[in-house]
Design a protein around this ligand. Structure first.
Ligand SMILES: [Cu+2]
Length: 465
């Protein structure tokens, strides 16, 4: 027995060693090519017949349903094209300019893909390289580079919500019945200069409209999902007491309208969002906003009010890439955001919309996090919050003299501060890597500089000086 056991042990150790070494060997092998290709952008095409011609049809994303779609890609990006055989004939996908030619695919449902780097800008063709197929209609354009992408992005609508759109304060009025009409839409809009994203919205804005009511109001929400939507949408308002915050009653297929009515039982500043699976995707794509339920008698009047929401986007191309950014489910699930933004656009609060106040004004910011995942460390550079209504509780006494306040995903805060000195004040999430991914806003303060508050030897550049 003993004699048998020893060699067995040695054998096991040897086997384990081999297992241990093997992956290392394999890894070394794959490193022999000095580039690891992970695509920056992916397209899926399907072969088919349209108007009596052989064609490629876009399968997903913005090219879905398009015949021989033009594929826009940033310069020097790694592109993946998947091809699915939709008609049963023999086909392939080739981009001759980049020496790309896939294997042939035969039989309906078979597929292949090619991955390549586009090393130069310009307009190139992609084709099926089987004899006669290009002539029969299987040809489309691959557009590489900035200028095309930029001019195309400029034509896309700006969906960034105006932070000045805060509605009418309720004042001292009695409770009443209000009706709010919302439409859910899916539109390709500007993400930054030279880039676009297909946002999902309430009323074509990110965030959706600021809804303002008072405690005791009865509110009817009419939610219509646009005819040309591709997905079911809904709304869950955190101000609602009832099933799903409204989501149970509002799941609407494209072209459908849903309605429900609720009573605002508790004051507060509440987030609303789409609550249709995958909820995180619907929220990331822009389906969030806020509803303010003012206490009886209304909030204290202030000089300036602003409506700001933070969100993050998960795309297959990196922050800063030009052209159309596509949603990446992998990055969403890994919580690896490529972009962070206030009010639905990289430039929403820096170039597109202007937030202004005068020295001596009291400023109130309704600040919420759509998310879907990141918590905000909300901060205004060069200012101190006089009051923070923590977690947007309007019935608790506010914190006073606060530098940075935490705002959870799906939560909000209300902050107030008097502006004492002119200049450009920068709004950030103090997790400052996010500023590098687009999360910046400006508050412009004009008026007289009081040297008791602040003084320098040399004049400052910027607003109000
Ligand atoms: Cu939705």
């Amino acid at each position: 027995m003993l004699n048998n056991t020893l060699p067995m042990r040695q054998l096991i150790v040897l086997l384990m060693l081999l297992l241990f070494l093997n992956p290392a060997l394999a890894q070394q092998g794959s490193r022999s090519g000095n580039v690891t290709y992970t695509p920056d952008i992916t397209f899926t095409l399907e072969t088919g017949i349209a108007n009596g011609k052989m064609v490629f049809v876009g399968r997903a994303g913005t090219i879905r349903g398009e015949i021989n779609p033009t594929l826009h890609v940033p310069e020097n990006s790694v592109v993946q094209i998947n091809l699915i055989n939709g008609d049963g004939a023999v086909h392939d996908i080739a981009v001759p300019e980049f020496g790309v030619d896939s294997e042939d695919i035969t039989g309906k449902g078979s597929s292949t893909s090619v991955v390549f780097r586009v090393g130069k800008s310009g307009t190139f063709k992609y084709i099926c390289s089987l004899p006669g197929h290009e002539a029969a209609g299987m040809v489309g354009q691959l557009v590489v580079g900035e200028q095309m992408a930029q001019s195309e992005a400029e034509q896309a609508p700006v969906l960034a919500q105006d932070p000045n759109e805060v509605g009418e304060p309720v004042g001292k009025r009695e409770p009443r019945h209000l009706t709010v009409d919302l439409e859910t839409t899916e539109i390709k809009g500007q993400l930054a200069d030279g880039s676009t994203y297909t946002f999902w919205t309430f009323n074509d804005r990110v965030p959706g409209p600021f809804i303002r009511a008072r405690v005791g109001d009865t509110i009817t929400i009419n939610m219509a999902n646009a005819e040309d939507s591709s997905h079911i949408h809904s709304i869950d308002l955190h101000a609602v007491t009832g099933p799903g915050g409204g989501a149970a009653a509002t799941q609407a297929v494209p072209g459908e309208s849903k309605t429900f009515t609720f009573k605002a039982l508790q004051p507060g500043l509440y987030v609303y969002h789409c609550a249709t699976p995958m909820v995180a995707q619907h929220i990331a794509n822009g389906m969030y906003g806020m509803i303010l339920i003012e206490p009886e008698g209304g909030l204290e009047p202030v000089d300036k009010e602003f409506y700001i929401m933070q969100g993050e986007l998960y795309t297959s191309s990196p922050h800063g890439a030009l052209g159309h950014h596509q949603f990446s489910i992998e990055n969403l699930l890994e919580e690896r955001a490529q972009h962070f933004m206030f009010n639905g656009h990289m430039n929403a609060l820096t170039k597109i919309h202007r937030m202004e106040a005068e020295v001596g004004d009291t400023v109130r910011i309704f600040f919420g996090v759509g998310g879907p995942n990141a918590t905000s460390s909300f901060h205004v550079i060069g200012e101190i919050f006089d009051k923070v209504y923590q977690e947007a509780s309007l019935t608790s006494p506010p914190l006073t003299d606060v530098q940075t306040t935490l705002v959870p995903a799906g939560g909000a805060t209300m902050v107030e501060f008097k502006v004492d000195y002119p200049g450009q004040y920068t709004l950030v999430d103090h997790a400052l890597a996010r500023a590098e991914k687009g999360l910046v806003g400006f508050l412009h303060v004009t008026g007289e500089a009081d040297s008791e508050v602040f003084q320098t030897d040399e004049p400052l550049s910027g607003d109000g000086h």
